[in-house]
Design a protein around this ligand. Structure first.
Ligand SMILES: [Mg+2]
Length: 283
């Protein structure tokens, strides 16, 4: 599932999201909470979620920074990168064996940061002119804040592109690569996985292109009316993840072992529309 607009609104929990996640965990379904924001490490984000009252392990969070690091490691193991970004990105690159360098790096990697400097952007431009490959964690032009929009990675990438004539390769949503790397992170398969998101133009299209079932929630950006104008459809539309909690059954678990989940007559033992009961959730 996507994070912002699905589980939280910035630092506010979406009502019922805690119960939904608890049910998914109780049922034992592997799941990931996705974000295109590359600022924070998964551990930072787990701590931020816990402040909203939602307890998930860092391993349940997948960011565009982690997807970017995994992609670069597969493409060019133990490579070098000049990075404009925060700890979320630099930590992810270090963890896959990358070295950060401003001398003839394999890549210029641009991520989310609040401290872009003219000097750093100039350095990135010159390295790309010199042959470094241009990667950006996510194409989002703006991000949310309490005070209003913030220019985000996509906007700074546009600046660098204008200066160099080189477009970046974006790893985050809507690139289905983000979905595929998430699936691999939890050893899941597209045909038994559902993507839950609040945006048609990122979450749902990426889910469809990666071969996942898709559910659009109306607790974030996209309205039902706006959704109907897209040339593709989500599998389902619900108001929020709160509506999905009751549908999650705990297959094959002896009664009482989980403590709180009532067995639901009617859904229990129903193999479901897809034929098989077990579904993973990439949210
Ligand atoms: Mg969202």
């Amino acid at each position: 599932m996507d994070m912002d607009g699905v589980i939280v609104h910035e630092d506010q929990l979406i009502p019922g999201a805690d119960r939904f996640i608890a049910r998914v965990q109780e049922a034992g379904y592997p799941f990931l909470i996705l974000t295109n924001n590359s600022t924070y490490t998964a551990r930072d984000l787990a701590a931020r979620l816990s402040q909203t009252g939602l307890n998930v392990p860092a391993e349940a969070i997948w960011t565009s920074a982690l997807a970017t690091a995994r992609f670069l490691c597969e493409q060019r193991p133990e490579g070098t990168a000049f990075v404009i970004g925060e700890a979320g990105l630099t930590t992810a690159l270090h963890e896959v064996g990358y070295t950060l360098s401003d001398r003839n790096p394999d890549y210029v990697v641009l991520g989310e940061t609040r401290t872009y400097s003219f000097e750093q952007i100039t350095r990135a431009v010159r390295l790309i002119e010199g042959g470094a490959r241009f990667i950006a964690t996510n194409p989002d032009p703006t991000g949310p804040s309490r005070e209003g929009s913030l220019p985000a990675t996509g906007s700074v990438a546009a600046l660098v592109s204008k200066a160099t004539g080189v477009d970046p390769y974006y790893v985050g949503k809507p690139n289905p690569l983000m979905m595929r790397s998430a699936l691999r992170a939890i050893d899941a398969h597209s045909e038994t996985t559902v993507m839950i998101g609040d945006r048609m133009d990122t979450d749902i299209v990426a889910g469809i292109e990666a071969g996942l079932e898709t559910i659009l929630v109306l607790s974030g950006i996209t309205t039902r009316d706006a959704a109907s104008r897209f040339p593709f459809l989500p599998g389902r539309i619900v108001d929020s993840v709160a509506d999905l909690s009751e549908e999650i059954v705990v297959p094959g678990r002896p009664a009482g072992s989980s403590g709180t989940t009532p067995r639901r007559a009617g859904r229990d033992g129903d193999p479901g529309a897809g034929g098989r009961a077990r579904r993973q959730v990439v949210a």
